[in-house]
Design a binder for this molecule. Structure first.
Ligand code: UD1
Ligand code: UDP
Length: 382
């Protein structure tokens, strides 16, 4: 009998990293793959599902404008309980650290369904930052029956927490996705991106959306972007703005009307990856971009106080610079000068994966379920 594996996700970054895994699950004859989305995000999730051609069997459709974390958690937990009782999966796979991740794990735990945590063991060691993600992933870490950690460092974090459940080191599925999307002869779907001349101006890809940056940090970030645009006409900022009403308002308030700032709707993932691949550098508070840009040889300035992804910092392609306006400007200008620092940051590193994470995760999962004699060999960064 096939083993029922139910993947649950709800936001853009989870979908980006879970869709390639769903494809791998679907390709194995030992597995019946079921997908349930909470739709904590709606448009941004649907963009990803379309890009990877994944059709969920269950869609809880919980998104409402500006709902609280408690509302997301309770709607997702209640909705998932119903689905779990109907499907009766052998295991639920959750990803990372969102509220969907936590709610899905909690619903599975309450219903005595095994939990596999993909992208397990990332830690910032500060419960307030990223908020609420650090708490979400730690709580899932306690409940999970099997952990798929991208890196050795992530697995060590779990071992330090005395986690007893099996831990496999797999690489990050983000890198699997990236290998499929970036092309030399790519034509952008977004018309505004088609008109950009990447050789005429230094293009900086920028994003910002984190909850702990709402308020003063976000004001500083936006003011720094506006300053850079006004004082560097040779630079083109490209900002696909997150659909959060908070982010939409502040981004447009600071950046509307500046000639060399392109504000777009959230981009489809193939456009986004190809934008990164053609950019001079990246400035962001995103987690996923910190993994993708280094693999493409693009320096990243992280607009946060900390990171749960120290590997690319150690490899020298990422700098965590905080959210002070003056510091952001100084750090960006240093890289724009194209000097030694830029040269030493602009080299491709792949500490997060080699493109085979999904294959490893499914091999490890089959071993965990008693369907294979051996797990995959652990991922080991070069
Ligand atoms: C969530 C995750 C965060 C992740 C981010 C990725 C939590 C607590 N946070 O944060 O870890 O980095 O997603 O983007 O789970 N909205 C839309 N359409 C969409 C998506 C969002 O309108 O397709 C709007 C809604 O008004 C929503 C708001 O954005 O209420 C914020 O979305 P929410 O899922 O609550 O949090 P994020 O900030 O996106
Ligand atoms: N992304 C995208 N379109 C965009 C912005 C981001 O497809 O307009 C992709 C990005 O390449 C990465 C993921 O979305 O794969 C990151 O999502 P986000 O920054 O929203 O969340 P985080 O990674 O911070 O949790």
């Amino acid at each position: 009998m096939k083993r029922k594996v139910m993947s649950v996700f709800g936001t853009r970054p989870e979908a980006n990293k879970m869709c390639p895994l769903v494809k791998e699950l679907e390709s194995r004859e030992e597995i019946e793959s079921i997908v349930c989305v909470t739709a904590q995000h709606r448009e941004m999730l649907d963009q990803m599902l379309a890009a990877f051609d994944v059709q969920p069997q269950y869609d809880l459709d919980i998104m409402e404008k500006q709902q609280t974390l408690t509302t997301i958690t309770s709607k997702a937990t209640l909705g998932l309980e119903k689905v779990l009782r109907e499907v009766k999966p052998d295991i639920v796979l959750v990803h990372g650290d969102t509220t969907t991740t936590f709610a899905a794990a909690l619903a599975a735990f309450y219903n005595h369904v095994a939990i596999g945590h993909v992208e397990a063991g990332l830690r910032s060691f500060d419960l307030q930052s990223p908020y609420p993600e650090e708490a979400n992933r730690r709580l899932v870490g306690v409940m999970a029956d099997v952990h798929f950690s991208p890196t050795v460092n992530n697995a060590e974090n779990l071992r330090r927490e005395n986690i007893q459940a099996p831990i496999f080191i797999t690489g990050n599925t983000a890198i699997d996705a990236l290998k499929l999307t970036v092309k030399d002869d790519y034509t952008f779907e977004c018309p505004a991106l088609q008109t950009l001349d990447f050789s005429a101006r230094k293009v900086i890809a920028i994003t910002a959306h984190r909850r702990e940056n709402y308020g003063e940090p976000m004001e500083h970030i936006m003011a720094a972007f506006a300053y850079l645009a006004k004082n560097h006409p040779d630079v083109q900022l490209v900002y696909p703005v997150h659909l959060s009403p908070y982010v939409q308002e502040i981004a447009h308030r600071y950046l509307d009307g500046l000639d060399n700032v392109l504000l777009t709707e959230p981009l489809g993932v193939t456009d986004m990856h190809n934008l990164l691949a053609r950019s001079y550098m990246v400035m962001t508070d995103s987690g996923g971009l910190q993994e993708e840009a280094p693999a493409l040889g693009k320096p990243v300035l992280v607009l946060r106080r900390e990171t749960e992804r120290p590997e690319a910092v150690a490899a020298g392609t990422v700098r965590v610079i905080g959210t002070e306006e003056a510091v952001i400007i100084a750090e960006a200008e240093e890289l724009l000068s194209g000097g030694q620092r830029y040269q030493s940051m602009a080299h491709a590193v792949n500490p997060y994966g080699d493109g085979f994470a999904c294959r490893r995760i499914v091999d490890d999962l089959l071993y965990f379920l008693g369907e294979a004699e051996q797990p995959a060999e652990n991922f080991c960064a070069q």
